[in-house]
Write a protein that binds this ligand. Sequence first.
Ligand code: FAD
Length: 264
Amino acid sequence: MKIALCIKQVPDTSDIKWTENNTIKREGVESIINPYDVYAIESALQIKNTCKDVEITAITMGPAQAEDILRKSIALGIDKGALVTDRKFSGADTYATGKTLAQSIKTIVPDFDLIICGQFAIDGDTAQTGPSIANHLNLKQVTFVKEILECSDDYIILTRQADDGIETVKAKLPLLLCVLQNYKEPTRAKINGFIKAQKSEIKTYSLEDIGLEAEEVGLKGSPTYVSKAFRPIVTHNCEKVFADENTPELICNRIEKYKAGQNE
Ligand code: FAD
């Protein structure tokens, strides 16, 4: 079974700063593997440990330094890493990101059986990229995946978080999954993994390599734009209420005020 695993490098901070174009400022900020993608890696490794002949390729679209998360994923047990990088990809919205990643998967793992994404990236946080990739590849998808229960060359059985509980789903391959945080403690890399990661070749793919036109990617290929980015200011308006004379109870009315029109 061939698995394409999409992972994203995100800033290791909740203190997001914005550029003048309303995109996230990434320079000078420590980066990590998107936390949901840690569980996507975990799900891929679980399938590798259960099924025969599984090969996992981690793919990321990002700047040159995103190679770091590919090496980290190899240290955890992923087989290969591919970096999709080109200045023309910058400024992509989720539509252009989905299109670029879909085309990259077709180029890098043309015979894939499964694509695994995280459910959200903690910086952009739209949860649109996985479904967008599935749409561009005309592929079925299962979102909000909690746990992989069983897999074979033809199908996969898993649980997913639904609005009113946990569903068990059996789905035919090929398929795309978007994975949520689950109950398991993520794998830690061992020394052999770090050595393999350092020695591994990370292949890079440019716009030309994946066969799209400049008009289809990055800012030019993005039908949406960020007109405004702002941080909500939360204030608490509290009122003291006494249930009886010995047990004072504090009731807080949470009021969210939105300071619009100004980047912070
Ligand atoms: P989600 O959809 O929440 O992510 C879900 C999953 O998709 C992730 O867990 C991961 O598995 C996968 N995934 C997401 N992104 C990637 C990736 N790059 N590689 C591999 N897998 C991935 N961002 C910038 O950094 N620079 C910009 O200049 C920029 N300009 C933008 C302009 C516009 C108009 C818009 C709307 C967004 C822009 N963004 C920019 C944000 C960028 O579009 C998103 O970061 C990207 O589309 C992914 O969306 P998301 O972060 O919401 O991920």
